[in-house]
Design a protein around this ligand. Structure first.
Ligand code: MG
Length: 159
């Protein structure tokens, strides 16, 4: 069996009166993410982890934020396209682990929804998709509620 590992990282700024999409679900929030797409920073980090495992570049290379085609796009569509790229090359996703740093709102109650949504898109059992959330104890740009930071890691296998 061959294995590949990839990691991804993304940040989006928060601004008032925007929808907040995170981990494929809509979060009830007074602020949302500034972005060319729907701003789902967790999906973007996950896509970069999957692309990174196959050395296929990053999400900006495949879905440029200068393109009208991807303006306002549902990031779940981007994830499904990246999953197709992985499968087309004969790889299977073994598992993914995502850490979200967000000061507010509290998202612990939505993590199961996110895991169900993302595992569904990737065609995986839910116990292969982990999502963890943390604040930064009010430190830094996350702590000042200026943005959200996400790290993701993914393991691929080929038999
Ligand atoms: Mg992004």
């Amino acid at each position: 069996m061959e294995l590949r590992i990839g990691q991804g990282y993304d940040v989006h700024a928060l601004a008032p009166d925007l929808e907040m999409w995170l981990g494929g679900v809509r979060i009830d929030s007074a602020a949302g993410f500034v972005a060319h797409s729907d701003g789902d920073v967790a999906i973007h980090a996950l896509c970069d982890a999957l692309l990174g495992a196959l050395a296929l570049g990053d999400i900006g290379k495949h879905f440029p934020d200068t393109s009208d085609e991807w303006k306002g796009v549902d990031s779940k569509i981007l994830l499904s396209k990246v999953v197709s790229m992985v499968k087309e090359r004969g790889w299977e996703i073994s598992n993914a682990d995502i850490t979200i740093a967000l000061q507010a709102p509290k998202i612990a109650g939505r993590i199961l929804d996110m895991r169900e949504t993302l595992s569904g898109i990737m065609g995986l059992e839910i116990d292969r998709v982990s999502i963890k959330a943390t604040t930064t104890e009010r430190l830094g740009f996350v702590g000042r509620k200026e943005g959200c930071e996400v790290w993701a890691i993914a393991l691929l296998q080929k038999n």
